[in-house]
Design a protein around this ligand. Structure first.
Ligand code: HMG
Ligand code: MG
Length: 310
């Protein structure tokens, strides 16, 4: 049987750094990109074209994208690396297009209250803001990813209905998103809930177009990834070191750590294309830049327990 393969979409530079107290300069962020690329990561969400008043950590995203694309042009970063960035509205899209980026991501919420806190508008208004973004993306052949957040629960509203999530996932699909990332923004889901919701989403969005985006607030993220994997999902969002959280979701922890996801799939014989050793080697550098110990487990244990020997 052919070896199974998964794709990891690296979130550290955006979802990770947006919730860290230190703000890394674009040049340190570029160094992080180079380290991630050297580890074998192929898809990187590089930043966000959002208001710096709302998320100051993402300031300089334009400069960062330009530098990364310049390195690609100079063949110092492979042209196979795919960079994307969050875009909430037409203003952000114009700024994104000025950099030459080839992929953007729009983000909606399955919770009205979370939408209001995160982007200052309700769900319908957020889709109205996407319209000019999508039109520009289609016109300029820019790929569009879609996020749906708070799919399993909202810090302000509690439980979110599955039917609502499915309806919004279909709405993002109809907009032209080539992939829809289903987010457990506050890390409340358990594997049975993932199974139940993803089975329903698969009826409107094929598994190959679904990405799973789990935050590890309650330690359920790997179990939830496995539940999604067994349903045919093959794209997973993860953040190096387990960086981050969400500035507008109180108490949210970071995304599941890239190291932990790579360790799990490596142990299962599933190809990620990413070198765990490279990620582990980055840990001291990243810890120093972030100025606190990282949440990752596999990244912290590192070479003390080499995976091949247990
Ligand atoms: P607003 O205040 O409603 O917007 O914010 P506005 O149109 O009234 O503009 C207010 C000011 O922002 C103006 O500037 C605009 O020019 C400026 P001022 O006149 O005050 O100087 N502005 C912008 N500046 C830069 N880039 C832009 C932009 N648009 C307007 N694109 C807005 C609306 C969307 C801008 C704001 O709410 C915002 O930036 N929110 C960002 C929220 C965010 O980034 N959240 C984190 C990402 S979502 C997430 O983490 C979930 C996810 O990971 C999935 C999951 O975990 O489930 C994706
Ligand atoms: Mg997130």
């Amino acid at each position: 049987m052919a070896k199974q393969r998964v794709t990891i979409v690296e979130m550290g530079l955006r979802d990770g750094l947006q919730n860290e107290t230190v703000t890394l300069t674009p040049s340190v962020r570029l160094e992080l990109i180079q380290k991630l690329v050297n580890s074998g990561i192929r898809r990187i969400e590089i930043g966000a074209f959002v208001s710096p008043k709302w998320v100051p950590q993402m300031a300089g995203s334009g400069e960062l994208v330009r530098s990364a694309l310049r390195l690609q042009k100079e063949k110092r970063i492979s042209r196979n690396i795919e960079f994307s960035a969050l875009v909430p509205n037409e203003k952000g899209m114009i700024m994104a297009m000025e950099t030459g980026i080839r992929e953007i991501a729009v983000f909606a919420s399955a919770s009205e209250s979370f939408s209001k806190k995160n982007i200052n508008c309700n769900i319908d208004e957020s889709f109205a803001r996407f319209e000019p973004v999508i039109a520009l993306a289609i016109k300029n052949k820019i790929k569009i990813r879609g996020y749906l957040s708070a799919c399993f629960g909202c810090p302000f509203e509690g439980k979110i209905s599955e039917a609502k999530v499915v309806k919004l996932a279909r709405r993002l699909r109809d907009l032209g998103c080539y992939e829809i990332s289903i987010g457990d923004t506050i890390g409340v889901a358990t594997p049975n809930q993932v199974e139940s919701l993803f089975k329903k989403i698969k009826k409107v969005v094929p598994a190959k177009k679904i990405a799973a985006h789990f935050h590890d607030t309650r330690g359920q993220a790997l179990a939830n990834i496995l539940a999604a994997y067994y349903l045919g999902v093959r794209t997973f969002d993860a953040s190096v070191g387990g960086l981050g959280g969400c500035p507008y979701a109180p108490g949210a922890a970071g995304n599941v750590s890239t190291e932990d996801v790579v360790y799990m799939f490596q142990g299962m014989g599933v190809e990620t294309g990413i070198s765990l050793d490279h990620l582990v080697a980055m840990n001291p550098w990243l810890t120093e830049k972030i100025q606190h110990p990282l949440a990752t487990k596999a990244g912290r244990v590192g070479k003390l327990i080499p995976s091949g020997r247990i």
